[in-house]
Design a protein around this ligand. Structure first.
Ligand SMILES: [Zn+2]
Ligand SMILES: [Zn+2]
Length: 330
């Protein structure tokens, strides 16, 4: 089923025509649980991967005996899905609660793994150019693949280790069938549920703090914070939440930061991986098809949790997307 962003609560460009100069095309990816194949765009699905190409690994040391068993992460989700999809009574039974508690226990699950054993990276996102035509791909490439290490803390900035692979789909003749997987992950939030995507192009407006000052002032005067029904520029009319390709980045936690490539060129937002598809405080982004669906888990289809339920944004060079990327969390 396609997903459609509702009509904006107000045509803000009619009120402030100068906003037309501050727009960008974003593609909301609308991940929803499903069974994608290696030739589909997906979140947490199988990647198109030649069987003679090494699978990426993280070699940073992590305390592998302290994580969560991948099987437990998945078992917990299956129990919760079953519990909340029941009509009456919805929610876990006593027996399910006991089982969940036993799965939540932390233990030395993989004492045989040394802390510096290489970790196979987890597939996070695969995008075929045909599904995200507004996104710039390097010459000769038509697939973008994103993988990450399922443990925290890499490098000086304690960052998530994210790998980008740009691929030419016609050069994969024999598909890798046995994808290496690690037994233990640092946090369950790094494990995306397999989701199909229903990409939808929308127009975004620049995040409030990056608009010209005069326009910021006009918007502030126009906003009516005393009226709960009245839309707000930043939350309802500017930058879409959720997983998306392209568009603008919101800087609601830190304020705007300049993202510059090592080559000196400015960087642009490539992809956003979000812990939520929309916020219940701002339903203007909830797809119309999801308005009637029971609430449990509907806005968290991938079950990915970035940091403290924030968003991971991946930026690439505006001159050459194959230059090293940078990431930022909000
Ligand atoms: Zn790692
Ligand atoms: Zn560059």
């Amino acid at each position: 089923m396609p997903r459609t962003t509702p009509a904006r609560p107000i045509d803000i460009e009619a009120v402030f025509p100068e906003l037309r100069e501050h727009t960008s095309i974003a593609t909301r990816l609308h991940p929803r649980p499903g069974c994608p194949g290696p030739t589909d765009s997906s979140a947490g699905g199988p990647l198109l991967w030649p069987d003679d190409e090494p699978w990426p690994v993280c070699t940073a040391p992590h305390r592998k005996s302290r994580g969560e068993l991948l099987d437990n992460v998945r078992a917990r989700r299956r129990i919760l899905d079953a519990a909340w999809s029941r009509q009456e009574p919805a929610g876990p039974t006593d027996e399910e609660r006991e089982r969940l508690a036993s799965l939540n226990k932390r233990s030395k699950y993989a004492p045989e793994l040394s802390d510096d054993a290489p970790i196979p990276m987890l597939p996070v996102l695969q995008l075929f150019r045909g599904d995200v035509p507004a996104l710039g791909f390097p010459d000769g490439k038509d697939v973008l693949q994103i993988l990450w290490c399922p443990f925290d803390a890499h490098g000086e900035g304690n960052e998530i280790d994210v790998r980008l692979v740009w691929r030419n789909s016609t050069l994969t003749s024999t598909q890798l069938t046995e994808v290496p997987e690690i037994k233990v992950v640092g946090r369950g939030g790094y494990v995306p549920d397999a989701c199909v995507l229903q990409p939808e192009q929308i127009i975004e407006h620049q995040t409030f703090e990056l608009l010209p000052e005069a326009l910021q002032e006009s918007l502030e005067e126009w906003e009516d914070w005393d009226n709960e029904e009245s839309p707000h520029y930043q939350y309802d009319l500017s930058v879409a939440p959720g997983w998306k390709a392209g568009g603008f980045a919101s800087w609601h936690l830190t304020g705007p930061q300049r993202m510059v490539c090592d080559c000196g060129a400015p960087m642009q937002l490539l992809v956003t991986i979000d812990s939520k598809e929309w916020d219940n405080g701002s339903l203007s982004w909830r797809p119309v098809e999801d308005a009637e669906t029971p609430a449990h888990g509907i806005s968290t289809p991938t079950r990915v949790v970035v940091g403290r339920a924030g968003a991971l944004r991946i930026f690439v060079c505006t001159i050459d997307a194959s230059h090293p990327h940078r990431i930022n969390e909000q």
